[in-house]
Design a protein around this ligand. Structure first.
Ligand code: ASC
Length: 150
């Protein structure tokens, strides 16, 4: 019994701390999860965009905090494209699964670009942020163009 409790505890801890290995009870849960991760990512990415485009005043600390969040959030959606998650309330195109290598390449590219954006945000000057924001936004858009229904 003690061992069983230990196994359950380890599983629960792992499920909580390692979203990269997120398990979903139902495909709908996975779809909700990935949409939620994009929604939160877009909120923080949007704050960086507002600063990069001069819509809100540049704030180095806020930029660094938001970029750090974007990097973390950018790791989340990918485990949530498992079997059965191509249906239901999703704009995901079948190409995600049919051209899985291409999709992974786009996902990796986005993560690389937001990684650079994070480095730029930490540099503490708005020009670095501006220079890195464009390519990061383009990497979001590339994936939308190829893999998302409008
Ligand atoms: C954003 C946001 C996206 C990307 C994309 C870039 O701020 O929410 O999905 O930028 O629109 O083209």
């Amino acid at each position: 019994m003690k061992n069983l409790m230990r196994i359950v505890a380890v599983c629960l801890t792992t499920a909580t701390l390692v979203p990269a290995h997120a398990q979903f009870a139902k495909p709908e849960d996975a779809v909700k999860y990935r949409k939620a991760s994009y929604t939160v990512m877009a909120a923080h990415f949007g704050r960086l965009g507002a600063m990069a485009n001069g819509r809100v005043p540049y704030d180095a600390k806020l930029a660094a905090e938001n970029a750090e969040l974007v990097v973390a959030l950018a790791k989340l959606p990918w485990t949530a494209y498992g079997e059965g998650t191509d249906k239901g309330e999703t704009r995901a195109k079948p190409e995600i699964w049919k051209e899985a290598a291409k999709f992974k390449e786009a996902a990796d590219k986005m993560q690389a670009e937001v990684g650079k954006l994070n480095v730029a945000a930490k540099a503490g000057n708005v020009d670095a942020l501006k220079a890195a924001f464009g390519p990061a936004a383009a990497s979001c858009k590339a994936c939308h163009d190829n893999f998302r229904k409008d």
